[in-house]
Design a protein around this ligand. Structure first.
Ligand SMILES: Cc1ncc(COP(=O)(O)O)c(C=O)c1O
Length: 397
């Protein structure tokens, strides 16, 4: 069994190597980060004392009772329906693991977060993808999803708000897909790690749907990537038990320290969400004011989350450009990490002043690149009548 290369994480990992000195990092998909001190300050002075008294032991594999209750309250669910996991990533691993019956298939979004396809493929599941098209605002075509499903479909997965496009699945479409799946005994999985960060009309949590499996976490909307805490919500307790069993083999449990911090974050979620919303709204406005007047960059305004997925007109593959940006201290994600090479992913969840400085630099670099490209093609056009293929190849390089 092999995983296909995780291009996104391989790319992001390069910022930790001495090869690049990244000054402006647009590679993250999460909201503004918190220090341990800032998080503890939300809980007041006694929180430090409480944390120091936490015994460093194995917590329950289901997640400690306080954390399951906190997540249940956040999602309007029952604590009995909550399974804590080590990041949403472990949640997805457990879900695909449980779905991996011989001959089964899974229906997933394209583009999408790479583990959506890499993990089921590695388990031998057939992957079927529905397409979120930029010309259709990256919206889910409900009919297309329904046509892909058949008697061997183990699950249909939706991701809203969506990584990388920021598209939001309308509640009516989500309900239609839920009911379609429920009627055919197909599991309906909603990855909503960016919920409830919206830049337009929002939706309710998918946990209101009686037959849905919800994947959520503390990394994205709750901005605490380094806690490595996530959750699955499922009213089907046979499935929940399978996930719990799988988890005891994968990671056993979280740490009582991170679980304690996660509870604190849920108690203070209003502050955490408010900072994430204020920062991302300001940054999105900054993007809008620059890109609305640029003909080379096409984009769809994200309706949620912290990433935008523009494409560059006339560019087939942004990886060389992203390499060049990386060498100049700017980290943007090439679209091939999402199997759409003419795109780039730009994260905009960071502190606005810092974001603004970096974004100005990014725009300058892009303008210089477009000007060079323009000069090159102009030069080529002039050469055209006399140039041989070999001469053209030299100029194209
Ligand atoms: C859509 C989506 N789901 C799940 C994850 C996994 O997040 P984590 O394991 O940090 O909770 C990510 C991370 O980028 C994501 O974008």
């Amino acid at each position: 069994m092999r995983f296909e290369p995780f291009l996104l994480d391989q790319w992001i990992e390069r910022k930790f190597s001495p090869e690049w000195k990244i000054e402006h990092d647009f590679s993250a998909s999460s909201g503004p980060s918190w220090t341990l001190g800032e998080l503890l300050a939300l809980g007041g002075e006694e929180s430090i004392e409480q944390l120091l008294r936490t015994p460093i032991v194995y917590p329950s594999a289901a997640g400690c009772a306080e954390l399951r209750s906190a997540v249940a309250e956040l999602e309007g669910a029952s604590p009995d329906d909550v399974q804590i996991v080590t990041g949403a990533q472990e949640g997805l691993l457990a879900i695909f693991f449980a779905a991996a019956e011989p001959g089964a298939n899974v229906v997933l979004p394209h583009p999408g977060f790479a583990p959506f396809t890499a993990v089921p493929r590695s388990f031998g599941l057939e992957v079927r993808q529905y397409h979120l098209r930029p010309e259709n605002q990256f919206a889910v075509d409900v009919e297309e999803v329904m046509k892909l499903a058949d008697a061997r479909t183990a699950l249909v997965l939706v991701n809203s708000p969506h990584n990388p496009s920021g598209a939001v699945l309308a509640e009516t479409d989500r309900r239609a897909l839920h009911d379609f799946c429920a009627g055919r005994r197909i599991q309906f999985v909603c990855d909503q790690v960016f919920h409830p960060i919206f830049h337009g009309p929002g939706t309710s949590t998918a946990a209101t749907l009686p037959n849905a499996t919800i994947v959520g976490d503390f990394s994205k909307a709750l901005c605490l990537t380094g806690l490595r805490v996530g959750w699955i919500i499922d009213r089907d307790h046979d499935r929940l038990e399978t996930y719990r069993d799988a988890r005891t083999y994968f990671t056993v449990s979280n740490s009582p320290i991170t679980e304690w911090l996660a509870v604190l974050a849920v108690r203070h979620r209003d502050e955490v969400y408010a900072r994430a919303r204020d920062f991302s709204a300001a940054n999105l406005q900054r993007i809008e004011s620059s890109w609305s007047s640029t003909s080379e960059i096409a984009w769809v305004k994200p309706q949620g989350g912290f990433t935008v997925f523009p494409w560059l007109r006339g560019e087939r593959d942004t990886r060389p450009l992203c390499e060049r940006l990386g060498a100049r201290g700017i980290l943007a994600v090439p679209g091939d990490c999402f199997d759409m090479p003419s795109h780039m992913r730009i994260g905009f969840g960071t502190e606005p002043q810092r974001f603004g400085m970096g974004f100005d630099r990014l725009c300058e670099e892009l303008e210089a690149y477009f000007a060079e490209r323009h000069r090159q093609s102009h030069h080529l056009n002039q050469l055209e009548p006399i140039a041989s293929d070999a001469e053209r190849a030299i100029h194209v390089r």
